[in-house]
Unconditional design. Structure first.
Length: 292
Protein backbone atom coordinates (compact mmCIF):
# COMPACT_ATOMS: atom_id res chain seq x y z
CA UNK A 1 0.00 0.00 0.00
CA UNK A 2 2.75 2.47 0.98
CA UNK A 3 4.60 1.61 -2.22
CA UNK A 4 1.50 2.49 -4.23
CA UNK A 5 1.11 5.78 -2.33
CA UNK A 6 4.77 6.62 -2.98
CA UNK A 7 4.29 5.86 -6.67
CA UNK A 8 1.23 8.09 -6.75
CA UNK A 9 3.07 11.03 -5.16
CA UNK A 10 6.02 10.50 -7.50
CA UNK A 11 3.72 10.46 -10.54
CA UNK A 12 1.97 13.66 -9.43
CA UNK A 13 5.31 15.37 -8.85
CA UNK A 14 6.67 14.34 -12.25
CA UNK A 15 3.50 15.41 -14.07
CA UNK A 16 3.45 18.74 -12.25
CA UNK A 17 7.08 19.34 -13.11
CA UNK A 18 6.46 18.56 -16.79
CA UNK A 19 3.39 20.79 -16.93
CA UNK A 20 5.10 23.76 -15.33
CA UNK A 21 8.53 23.39 -16.88
CA UNK A 22 9.25 25.95 -19.59
CA UNK A 23 10.10 24.30 -22.91
CA UNK A 24 12.93 25.58 -25.08
CA UNK A 25 11.16 28.71 -26.27
CA UNK A 26 11.85 29.96 -29.78
CA UNK A 27 10.85 33.26 -31.38
CA UNK A 28 7.56 31.90 -32.82
CA UNK A 29 6.19 30.96 -29.36
CA UNK A 30 3.42 32.94 -27.69
CA UNK A 31 5.50 33.79 -24.62
CA UNK A 32 8.95 34.15 -26.15
CA UNK A 33 11.10 37.01 -24.87
CA UNK A 34 14.68 37.87 -25.84
CA UNK A 35 17.28 37.08 -23.20
CA UNK A 36 19.10 39.77 -21.25
CA UNK A 37 21.19 41.89 -23.61
CA UNK A 38 19.46 40.67 -26.79
CA UNK A 39 17.56 42.70 -29.41
CA UNK A 40 14.40 41.57 -31.18
CA UNK A 41 13.45 43.00 -34.56
CA UNK A 42 9.89 42.64 -35.87
CA UNK A 43 9.06 43.57 -39.48
CA UNK A 44 5.41 43.56 -40.58
CA UNK A 45 3.36 43.92 -43.73
CA UNK A 46 -0.37 44.44 -43.23
CA UNK A 47 -3.14 44.82 -45.81
CA UNK A 48 -6.83 45.22 -44.94
CA UNK A 49 -10.13 46.33 -46.41
CA UNK A 50 -13.06 47.67 -44.40
CA UNK A 51 -16.63 48.28 -45.51
CA UNK A 52 -18.99 50.20 -43.25
CA UNK A 53 -22.70 50.29 -44.02
CA UNK A 54 -24.90 52.92 -42.38
CA UNK A 55 -28.59 52.07 -42.33
CA UNK A 56 -31.58 54.41 -42.14
CA UNK A 57 -33.63 56.55 -44.50
CA UNK A 58 -30.53 57.35 -46.59
CA UNK A 59 -28.24 54.34 -46.31
CA UNK A 60 -24.69 54.60 -47.63
CA UNK A 61 -21.43 52.66 -47.65
CA UNK A 62 -17.92 53.77 -46.76
CA UNK A 63 -15.05 51.59 -48.00
CA UNK A 64 -11.42 51.76 -46.92
CA UNK A 65 -8.31 49.89 -48.02
CA UNK A 66 -4.95 50.29 -46.33
CA UNK A 67 -1.43 48.93 -46.61
CA UNK A 68 0.94 49.29 -43.65
CA UNK A 69 4.65 48.57 -43.29
CA UNK A 70 5.93 48.46 -39.71
CA UNK A 71 9.29 48.01 -38.04
CA UNK A 72 9.74 47.40 -34.33
CA UNK A 73 12.85 46.98 -32.20
CA UNK A 74 12.91 45.63 -28.63
CA UNK A 75 15.75 45.30 -26.12
CA UNK A 76 15.87 43.06 -23.05
CA UNK A 77 17.48 44.80 -20.07
CA UNK A 78 16.85 41.58 -18.13
CA UNK A 79 15.29 38.24 -18.99
CA UNK A 80 11.97 39.53 -17.62
CA UNK A 81 12.09 43.22 -18.65
CA UNK A 82 11.83 44.29 -22.29
CA UNK A 83 11.42 47.78 -23.80
CA UNK A 84 10.57 48.51 -27.40
CA UNK A 85 9.77 51.11 -30.05
CA UNK A 86 7.90 50.88 -33.34
CA UNK A 87 7.45 53.07 -36.42
CA UNK A 88 5.33 52.53 -39.51
CA UNK A 89 4.33 53.82 -42.93
CA UNK A 90 0.78 53.57 -44.26
CA UNK A 91 -1.17 54.21 -47.43
CA UNK A 92 -4.95 54.64 -47.16
CA UNK A 93 -7.66 54.85 -49.81
CA UNK A 94 -11.25 55.78 -48.93
CA UNK A 95 -14.28 55.53 -51.21
CA UNK A 96 -16.87 57.97 -49.85
CA UNK A 97 -19.29 57.44 -52.75
CA UNK A 98 -19.20 55.58 -56.04
CA UNK A 99 -17.62 58.64 -57.68
CA UNK A 100 -15.66 60.21 -54.79
CA UNK A 101 -12.48 58.76 -53.28
CA UNK A 102 -9.42 60.02 -51.44
CA UNK A 103 -5.92 58.61 -51.08
CA UNK A 104 -3.32 59.53 -48.47
CA UNK A 105 -0.03 58.14 -47.20
CA UNK A 106 2.63 58.91 -44.62
CA UNK A 107 4.28 57.99 -41.34
CA UNK A 108 2.23 56.67 -38.44
CA UNK A 109 2.45 57.85 -34.84
CA UNK A 110 5.42 56.17 -33.08
CA UNK A 111 4.84 53.61 -30.34
CA UNK A 112 6.91 52.92 -27.19
CA UNK A 113 6.35 49.93 -24.92
CA UNK A 114 7.61 48.14 -21.80
CA UNK A 115 6.86 44.56 -20.73
CA UNK A 116 7.56 42.94 -17.37
CA UNK A 117 7.28 39.20 -16.79
CA UNK A 118 5.84 38.74 -13.31
CA UNK A 119 5.84 34.92 -13.42
CA UNK A 120 7.84 32.60 -15.63
CA UNK A 121 6.79 29.02 -16.33
CA UNK A 122 10.32 27.89 -15.49
CA UNK A 123 9.56 28.64 -11.83
CA UNK A 124 5.75 28.69 -11.61
CA UNK A 125 2.80 26.93 -13.26
CA UNK A 126 2.08 29.79 -15.71
CA UNK A 127 3.49 32.76 -17.55
CA UNK A 128 2.13 36.13 -16.44
CA UNK A 129 3.06 39.36 -18.25
CA UNK A 130 2.18 43.02 -17.67
CA UNK A 131 2.78 45.51 -20.48
CA UNK A 132 2.25 49.22 -21.08
CA UNK A 133 2.47 51.03 -24.44
CA UNK A 134 2.40 54.74 -25.27
CA UNK A 135 1.82 56.18 -28.73
CA UNK A 136 2.11 59.95 -28.33
CA UNK A 137 0.22 62.56 -30.33
CA UNK A 138 2.41 63.29 -33.34
CA UNK A 139 0.21 65.74 -35.26
CA UNK A 140 -3.34 66.46 -36.39
CA UNK A 141 -5.29 63.99 -38.49
CA UNK A 142 -5.80 65.85 -41.77
CA UNK A 143 -6.83 64.90 -45.28
CA UNK A 144 -3.18 64.74 -46.39
CA UNK A 145 -1.80 62.35 -43.73
CA UNK A 146 -2.61 59.12 -41.90
CA UNK A 147 -1.87 60.28 -38.35
CA UNK A 148 -4.27 59.29 -35.59
CA UNK A 149 -4.63 62.81 -34.17
CA UNK A 150 -4.52 61.76 -30.50
CA UNK A 151 -2.37 60.08 -27.85
CA UNK A 152 -3.00 56.38 -27.25
CA UNK A 153 -2.15 54.42 -24.09
CA UNK A 154 -2.50 50.62 -23.90
CA UNK A 155 -2.34 48.45 -20.77
CA UNK A 156 -2.42 44.64 -21.01
CA UNK A 157 -2.36 41.61 -18.71
CA UNK A 158 -1.52 38.22 -20.25
CA UNK A 159 -1.48 34.75 -18.70
CA UNK A 160 -0.95 31.31 -20.21
CA UNK A 161 1.10 28.14 -20.51
CA UNK A 162 3.26 26.12 -22.88
CA UNK A 163 2.12 22.48 -22.53
CA UNK A 164 3.79 19.91 -24.78
CA UNK A 165 2.80 20.80 -28.37
CA UNK A 166 0.07 23.20 -27.20
CA UNK A 167 0.20 26.75 -25.90
CA UNK A 168 -2.52 29.19 -24.89
CA UNK A 169 -2.52 32.85 -23.96
CA UNK A 170 -5.38 34.84 -22.41
CA UNK A 171 -5.14 38.64 -22.49
CA UNK A 172 -7.17 41.50 -21.06
CA UNK A 173 -6.41 45.02 -22.24
CA UNK A 174 -7.59 48.60 -22.00
CA UNK A 175 -6.95 51.45 -24.43
CA UNK A 176 -7.29 55.15 -23.73
CA UNK A 177 -7.37 57.79 -26.47
CA UNK A 178 -6.91 61.47 -25.74
CA UNK A 179 -8.83 64.19 -27.57
CA UNK A 180 -8.66 63.43 -31.29
CA UNK A 181 -8.34 66.35 -33.70
CA UNK A 182 -9.63 65.64 -37.20
CA UNK A 183 -10.47 67.60 -40.33
CA UNK A 184 -8.45 69.72 -42.71
CA UNK A 185 -9.55 73.30 -42.11
CA UNK A 186 -9.36 75.97 -39.44
CA UNK A 187 -12.56 74.62 -37.95
CA UNK A 188 -11.05 71.24 -37.06
CA UNK A 189 -13.47 68.99 -35.21
CA UNK A 190 -12.38 67.58 -31.84
CA UNK A 191 -13.49 64.20 -30.58
CA UNK A 192 -13.46 63.80 -26.82
CA UNK A 193 -11.27 61.19 -25.15
CA UNK A 194 -12.57 57.62 -25.08
CA UNK A 195 -11.77 54.36 -23.30
CA UNK A 196 -11.89 50.87 -24.86
CA UNK A 197 -11.82 47.45 -23.16
CA UNK A 198 -11.09 44.09 -24.73
CA UNK A 199 -9.92 40.54 -24.38
CA UNK A 200 -8.12 37.98 -26.57
CA UNK A 201 -7.62 34.22 -26.48
CA UNK A 202 -4.74 32.77 -28.51
CA UNK A 203 -4.04 29.07 -29.12
CA UNK A 204 -1.00 27.60 -30.84
CA UNK A 205 -0.24 24.02 -31.86
CA UNK A 206 3.26 22.86 -32.87
CA UNK A 207 3.20 20.25 -35.64
CA UNK A 208 6.99 19.81 -35.57
CA UNK A 209 10.08 21.91 -34.67
CA UNK A 210 9.46 24.14 -37.70
CA UNK A 211 5.71 24.44 -38.31
CA UNK A 212 2.94 25.65 -35.99
CA UNK A 213 -0.66 26.84 -36.38
CA UNK A 214 -2.01 29.87 -34.54
CA UNK A 215 -5.63 30.81 -33.77
CA UNK A 216 -6.94 33.93 -32.04
CA UNK A 217 -10.37 35.16 -30.95
CA UNK A 218 -11.03 38.66 -29.66
CA UNK A 219 -13.80 40.84 -28.26
CA UNK A 220 -13.44 44.60 -28.05
CA UNK A 221 -15.87 47.03 -26.39
CA UNK A 222 -15.07 50.43 -27.96
CA UNK A 223 -15.90 53.60 -26.09
CA UNK A 224 -18.29 56.30 -27.25
CA UNK A 225 -16.88 58.85 -29.72
CA UNK A 226 -18.43 62.29 -29.23
CA UNK A 227 -17.45 65.62 -30.76
CA UNK A 228 -16.90 68.66 -28.59
CA UNK A 229 -19.71 71.24 -28.53
CA UNK A 230 -22.03 68.81 -30.29
CA UNK A 231 -24.76 66.37 -29.35
CA UNK A 232 -23.86 63.98 -32.17
CA UNK A 233 -21.78 60.91 -31.36
CA UNK A 234 -20.98 57.36 -32.41
CA UNK A 235 -21.54 54.54 -29.94
CA UNK A 236 -20.04 51.18 -31.05
CA UNK A 237 -21.59 48.17 -29.32
CA UNK A 238 -18.85 45.59 -29.87
CA UNK A 239 -16.18 44.31 -32.23
CA UNK A 240 -15.46 40.59 -32.77
CA UNK A 241 -12.19 39.49 -34.34
CA UNK A 242 -10.72 36.22 -35.56
CA UNK A 243 -7.23 35.45 -36.89
CA UNK A 244 -5.50 32.27 -37.99
CA UNK A 245 -2.43 31.21 -39.92
CA UNK A 246 0.80 29.21 -39.97
CA UNK A 247 4.07 30.08 -38.21
CA UNK A 248 7.44 28.81 -39.42
CA UNK A 249 10.64 28.65 -37.36
CA UNK A 250 13.72 28.95 -39.58
CA UNK A 251 15.99 28.58 -36.54
CA UNK A 252 15.89 29.74 -32.90
CA UNK A 253 16.44 33.39 -33.75
CA UNK A 254 14.35 33.74 -36.91
CA UNK A 255 10.68 33.02 -37.52
CA UNK A 256 7.99 34.08 -39.96
CA UNK A 257 4.20 34.17 -39.65
CA UNK A 258 1.26 34.60 -41.99
CA UNK A 259 -2.19 35.48 -40.66
CA UNK A 260 -5.60 35.98 -42.18
CA UNK A 261 -7.86 38.09 -39.98
CA UNK A 262 -11.39 39.43 -40.00
CA UNK A 263 -13.34 41.80 -37.75
CA UNK A 264 -17.00 42.65 -37.36
CA UNK A 265 -18.19 45.84 -35.62
CA UNK A 266 -21.73 46.99 -34.89
CA UNK A 267 -23.01 50.19 -33.33
CA UNK A 268 -25.16 53.30 -33.58
CA UNK A 269 -24.70 56.92 -34.61
CA UNK A 270 -26.68 59.74 -33.04
CA UNK A 271 -27.17 63.08 -34.78
CA UNK A 272 -30.55 64.53 -35.71
CA UNK A 273 -31.81 60.95 -35.71
CA UNK A 274 -30.46 57.59 -34.60
CA UNK A 275 -28.93 55.34 -37.26
CA UNK A 276 -27.25 51.96 -36.95
CA UNK A 277 -24.17 50.73 -38.75
CA UNK A 278 -22.10 47.61 -39.14
CA UNK A 279 -18.58 47.21 -40.49
CA UNK A 280 -16.66 44.19 -41.75
CA UNK A 281 -12.88 44.04 -42.13
CA UNK A 282 -10.73 41.46 -43.92
CA UNK A 283 -6.96 41.41 -44.10
CA UNK A 284 -3.65 39.60 -44.12
CA UNK A 285 -0.54 40.09 -42.01
CA UNK A 286 3.02 38.95 -42.70
CA UNK A 287 5.58 39.16 -39.89
CA UNK A 288 9.28 38.36 -39.55
CA UNK A 289 10.94 38.12 -36.12
CA UNK A 290 14.72 38.16 -35.73
CA UNK A 291 16.79 37.95 -32.54
CA UNK A 292 20.36 39.27 -32.37
Amino acid sequence: MFKNINKLFLSVFVLGTLASAEPGLVSRDLFFLPLSGEFQSKSQFNYETRKETTEGTSPFDLSKASLTLGEGLSYAFYDDLVVGAQVGFKTLKQDLTKTTSTSTSGLLDPNFSILYRVYDQSYSPVFFDVSLALSPYFGKNRSNNVLRGSTEVDFELAIGQELYAWAYKLSLYSTWFSREITGGSASDSITQSRFDLGGKAALQYDFDPQWAANFELGLRLPGKRQKDKSTSYTDPNYEFSFATGPVYQFHRDLSGAFKFFTKYEKGSSYAATKTTYHATTYGINLALDYIF
